[in-house]
Design a protein around this ligand. Structure first.
Ligand SMILES: Nc1ncnc2c1ncn2[C@@H]1O[C@H](COP(=O)(O)OP(=O)(O)OP(=O)(O)O)[C@@H](O)[C@H]1O
Length: 350
């Protein structure tokens, strides 16, 4: 196989009148990627996905799939399949008929249709419901029909537009597992649009984070979490303590007596520290901050202790394991420990 990406976007953009919904975007997505586009409501992620699927005409740029320019092809002429948020099942059809529909439209031989539909129903665990009419299905079951209906056509690229948004949390988690195994079982490129960072972290091997129509950062989820490009990304992906401070003569002060080397020009910077990287009462970590406990919140597997420390800003510290049993009291004075390697210095104030 060549190293050429399966899907390539070159300066793809969309304007609605004077409003730039998607600024010129470039992306390369591999043949077996589970790629996620993550961003807040209105950031342009659905518009980007719909341009790839052929449902929105781009204002500029090019879409290449497997080296073929598909920018101006209608959806049915593209090697893409789309699963919409509201599923879009045909209500007068059964599960089996819904899944078979696309193959019938393509005038595939009856035998082939039967075999493929059975295989698909088996893959998404719908065989027992084959003859149920679509309206008599639960949300999770409808979602699986919508997936099967798109996948049976063997698209090179499967586009998923917030496909789990309508499901409750428990079902959504179960569907995450199903989507993962489905992707592992059949391969191909999946592109998921979501505003749920936990969902994206669970599913995707690559993520593009969007804000105001722009792709701010792209990379593996772990990299985006640990090396966010800016304050927006760090706040959107996971929880983050943001401490506005300054760089002076190559050093950044986090709090009284706690500073670390940081190359760069003098001026305003924001220090980002994840709650799980802060320690309570730790003796070993080289950097220490004196603080006072504002609140302690028990969250099940872990707890959050909120303290007033650096620059009077509240800091959240994540506590796990046995330490949960001995949370500090509100008002108590504590020492917070941290290591310089877990501190990220971002330019400017957010
Ligand atoms: N047909 C349209 N005409 C004008 N503006 C539009 C049109 N479709 C989308 N927009 C605008 O473009 C922007 C991006 O919309 P888009 O649906 O891509 O956002 P999104 O990130 O998917 O948000 P959400 O998660 O809420 O669906 C929004 O401000 C939206 O109002």
């Amino acid at each position: 196989m060549s190293d050429r990406p399966l899907l390539e976007l070159r300066d793809l953009s969309k304007r609605y009148g004077r409003y730039q919904a998607v600024a010129p975007a470039g992306l390369e997505i591999g043949a077996n990627d589970f790629f996620a586009i993550l961003g807040p409501s209105g950031c342009g992620k659905t518009t980007l996905l719909r341009m790839i699927g052929g449902f929105v005409e781009p204002s500029g740029g090019t879409i290449l799939i497997d080296g073929q320019d598909v920018t101006h092809l209608p959806p049915e002429k593209r090697p893409t399949g789309m699963v919409f948020q509201n599923y879009g099942l045909f209500p007068h059809m059964t599960v089996r008929q819904n899944i078979a529909y696309g193959l019938k439209l393509r005038r595939r031989p009856r035998r082939e249709i039967e075999t493929e539909v059975e295989r698909m129903m088996d893959l998404v665990h719908l065989t027992a419901l084959a003859d149920r009419p679509a309206p008599a299905l639960s949300g999770g079951q409808r979602q699986r029909v919508a997936l099967a209906r798109a996948l049976v056509l063997k698209p090179k690229v499967l586009l998923l537009d917030e496909p789990l948004a309508a499901l409750d949390l428990k079902l959504r988690k179960a569907m995450h597992q199903e989507l993962r195994s489905l992707h592992q079982a059949i391969g191909g490129t999946f592109i998921l649009v979501s505003h749920d960072q936990a969902e994206v972290m669970t599913l995707a091997n690559r993520v593009a984070v969007m804000n105001h129509g722009r792709i701010i950062q792209e990379g593996p989820p772990r990299e985006i979490y640990s090396r966010p490009a800016d304050a927006f990304v760090s706040g959107f992906v996971g929880e983050a303590n943001m401490i506005p401070t300054e760089r002076r003569s190559g050093r950044v002060e986090i709090g009284p007596g706690a500073s670390l080397p940081s190359p760069g020009a003098d001026g305003p910077v924001t220090v980002m520290i994840r709650p799980e990287h802060l320690r309570l009462g730790a003796v070993q970590p080289p950097l220490r901050l004196e603080a006072r406990v504002l609140d302690a919140i028990f969250l099940g597997a872990h707890a959050h202790v909120i303290c007033a420390a650096a620059n009077g800003r509240p800091l959240t510290i994540q506590i796990g394991g046995e330490a949960i049993d001995t949370l500090p009291a509100i008002g108590e004075g504590v020492t917070i420990g941290l290591t310089p390697e877990t501190v990220l210095v971002l330019e400017g104030h957010s």
